[in-house]
Design a protein around this ligand. Structure first.
Ligand code: 4AD
Ligand code: MG
Length: 481
């Protein structure tokens, strides 16, 4: 008899009634020595197995305990009880992997509400919970949707390197990769570490972004995207930062900043619609969870919308577009500013903090916002200089509850300006010779953006800590599992 997955069984229940079937999964609960709730991860719902205890001895029944892996054989019937349409009349069962009830007591497998902190400490087991089952199925669906979106538009998926000699963002938050002996590394004449003796003959780090390489590819293939891990030695121990996160970076030749904004908006709307359509059961569960969590917050911090409503809000509304300069005006004229509610300064030239971004999105415009044309000094060297000489063709997309979800720009395609930017930013032209060379041979305007995949999954699941949307989070002082 072939095993059937619970999702198929529940979708196709009507056709399977009266048939003999086999299901395998983990016991979520076993009530009255009669009703076993089995989950196999294929969906949120369990299948209920009904066991006639007179047919089995006590020891056999005892082995059906929470956390155990079992195989149930039986006939699918219409359910007698409420709560499920079909159930399995169990004729025989095998214990595939037992679970010691005393040991289970100490884990999150015990069926009751556990704090997210505890679930994080047991990240090896949290896949077995309803919440994390839903989160990781949605994470999967969203990554599939990313590929679908770009494939349908004729983009090529590019695998950019994880080990790199360049610092694309110039933020200096890179993890060094070296095979030198840390106790006695070779030294150069000045007494510094001699990386020419290292594995790659130069200093190499884990990449912070695949953008520079994606640009090279776009300047031949036309339109490309990356979807890979990126690494930042961020010291900021926040609920929105990871040291290892996944980024999606499309790059398009001949696009300007406005085309870039259109692409971002279309992309974000597509992913949101996809999840609304394909992940109904998981979203309903997380929507309830989210509403419950909101109700425990002080009134002023509560979101007006439920989880599903906030995702629908993205698909149904145009994003508000304004420049950084306009945003500074809006902020300085706000009640919050006048009443000194912002912790950080609001002045032209200063980077916006998350409190400012969230004010614009959640209080002022009450919709996603695309901010553009930031001061050159606070953005990366590769962003295209505007005619005013002070700002660059940058854009950030700000989302409710999240803040910055996307950062992008039109790139500087003019060699002379790019070279002078390298000088301003203290970047050695020799290190980036390959990047600069693309501006010598048929240079064209081009643009792209980077979306932090975990920030998107936070938005889609309503989870408020980024560590709960990646299976094994990597952050300061945290690399367990
Ligand atoms: O704004 P960032 O630094 O932009 C870039 O890396 C560009 N190279 C993108 C491009 O134009 N191709 O990062 C892009 C996005 C941010 O908007 C944010 O969503 C996410 O990456 N991000 C992080 N997510 C989790 N943890 C961190 N430490 C993150 N840093 C950035
Ligand atoms: Mg950014």
């Amino acid at each position: 008899m072939a095993r059937i997955r619970i999702s198929e069984l529940l979708n196709d229940g009507a056709n399977l009634i009266g048939k003999k079937i086999e299901v395998k999964g983990w016991v979520r609960a076993f009530r009255s020595k009669r009703f076993v709730q089995l989950n196999d991860g294929s969906c949120m719902a369990n299948i209920q197995g009904v066991i006639d205890y007179d047919n089995f001895d006590e020891a056999q029944l005892k082995a059906i305990s929470t956390g155990a892996a079992v195989c149930l054989h039986g006939t699918l019937v219409e359910s007698q009880g409420s709560g499920q349409a079909v159930e399995l009349q169990v004729e025989s069962f095998d214990i595939i992997g037992a679970a010691d009830p005393d040991a289970v007591q100490k884990t999150i497998l015990q069926p009751k509400k556990h704090s997210l902190d505890l679930l994080r400490e047991q990240a090896h087991l949290r896949f077995r919970t309803n919440t994390f089952g839903a989160v990781f199925r949605i994470r999967h669906a969203a990554s599939f949707a990313v590929h679908q979106f770009f494939n349908d538009k004729g983009f090529n998926y590019i695998h950019t390197p994880i080990l790199t000699g360049s610092d694309a963002e110039g933020a200096g938050e890179m993890f060094r990769v070296s095979t030198l002996d840390p106790k006695s590394p070779p030294l150069d004449e000045a007494g510094g570490i001699d990386y020419s003796k290292d594995f790659f003959g130069k200093q190499v780090n884990l990449t912070v972004s695949g953008q520079l390489e994606a640009e090279l590819a776009a300047l031949g293939l036309g339109q490309v995207y990356t979807f890979g891990p990126t690494f930042r030695a961020e010291n900021s121990n926040t609920s929105r930062h990871l040291a290892e996160f996944w980024m999606i970076e499309p790059e398009v030749a001949f696009n300007d900043l406005f085309d870039n904004m259109d692409l971002t908006e279309e992309f974000l709307k597509y992913i949101c619609s996809y999840i609304l359509e394909k992940c109904v059961e998981d979203l309903n569960f997380l929507d309830q969870r989210y509403t419950q969590e909101q109700s425990q917050k002080p009134q002023k911090d509560r979101s007006d919308l439920g989880l599903i409503e906030s995702i629908q809000f993205i698909t149904n509304n145009d994003f508000k577009r304004l420049t950084y300069t306009e945003a500074i005006d809006v902020l300085r004229n706000s009640k919050a500013y006048k009443k000194k509610r912002f912790e950080f300064p609001v002045e032209w030239g200063v980077d916006l903090q998350s409190e400012h971004e969230r004010y614009l999105v959640e209080k002022e415009f009450k919709c996603p916002v695309i901010l553009s044309d930031y001061p050159a000094d606070i953005k990366a060297f590769y962003m295209r200089q505007n005619d005013d000489g002070k700002t660059v063709a940058a854009m950030d997309v700000l989302f409710p509850g999240i803040g910055e979800i996307v950062g992008g720009s039109q790139r500087e395609e003019r060699l002379d300006i790019l070279k002078s930017k390298c000088k301003d930013f203290n970047i050695d032209e020799k290190e980036l010779w390959w990047y600069l060379e693309t501006r010598k041979f048929g240079t064209v305007p081009h643009a792209g953006f980077g979306m932090g995949f975990e920030r998107l999954v936070m938005f889609l699941t309503g989870m408020s800590n980024i560590r709960d949307v990646i299976p094994f989070p990597r952050a300061r002082d945290n690399a367990e599992f």
